[in-house]
Ligand binder design. Structure first.
Ligand code: SF4
Length: 247
């Protein structure tokens, strides 16, 4: 990915926005967070990685999230094992994942997100899949069977005190979200199916890639918008589905 500097962005701001906060997956690897993405998006991101151009400042939410993560890692509030990457080989692929914290036998992950994400529950399924893959990876790596109950600690960057009381709106700017994880067998089946689908999709032309569903695109009925396509998908420029729709 090429990170561009917009006119008017200072050198120090660009340096912060382009800082590699995390060790990223190597070419050929699949990370837990990449496996849970829509097939079309995953394939396009890998295929066009070198051609994707992004203005560095447009990544500000991810960067702020990374900085908060680093701070929390330093604080080590829970004790336990923190930010340790797990790597295994499975079906000929290298699969990796990096849970934020492992305390005793429970996985906890920090997420910086919007209060509306909790309100609508729009990421619940993804969080369940991501934590389930971490649990499965840990079992594959060490034989350890972690608890099937995980926890997301959500830091709500746009939390608005004035909306507290509205039915379903988070009561506090930091919320604990318990997550019931898939069984190890269910997770293995999920990962295997996804890897097979990815292997097939890599042989297809861009026009034939399986389209992302409304759910995967984070369709907002009230705004009639595909939030992920418009704001969060770096593969958008190369996506035939969106190009045909002219979103
Ligand atoms: S732009 Fe939207 S439809 Fe296209 S790959 Fe990204 S999420 Fe899917």
């Amino acid at each position: 990915m090429q990170l561009l500097k917009a006119n008017g962005i200072s050198d120090i701001a660009h340096k912060i926005f382009t800082y590699p906060f995390y060790d990223i997956e190597k070419s050929g690897d699949w990370s837990a967070s990449r496996i849970i993405k829509p097939i079309q998006m995953s394939v396009l991101l890998k295929k066009y990685d070198r051609q994707i151009k992004v203005y560095s400042h447009s990544l500000y939410k991810q960067v702020f999230g990374s900085i908060i993560h680093l701070g929390l890692e330093q604080l080590n509030l829970f004790g336990g094992e923190s930010e340790k990457r797990i790597t295994i080989e499975y079906m000929g692929w290298i699969i990796t994942g990096k849970p934020d914290v492992l305390v005793d036998v429970e996985i906890k992950d920090w997420k910086t997100t919007s209060a509306w994400t909790l309100f609508y529950g729009s990421r619940s399924e993804e969080w369940k899949q991501q934590l389930s893959i971490y649990r499965w990876l840990k079992n594959k790596e060490s034989g350890l069977v972690l608890s099937d109950g995980g926890e997301i600690i959500a830091l709500l960057l746009d939390w608005d005190e004035e909306l507290v009381g509205k039915s379903g709106y988070p009561e506090f700017p930091i919320m604990s979200v318990p997550v019931r994880l898939m069984s190890l067998n269910e997770t293995e089946e999920f990962v295997s199916e996804k890897l097979c689908a990815l292997a097939i999709a890599f042989g297809l032309t861009d026009n034939d890639l399986p389209p992302c569903t409304d759910k995967e695109r984070w369709y907002n009925k009230r705004k009639n918008k595909y939030i992920r396509c418009e704001k969060y998908c770096l593969a958008r420029e190369f996506c035939q589905q969106v190009n045909k729709e002219k979103i």
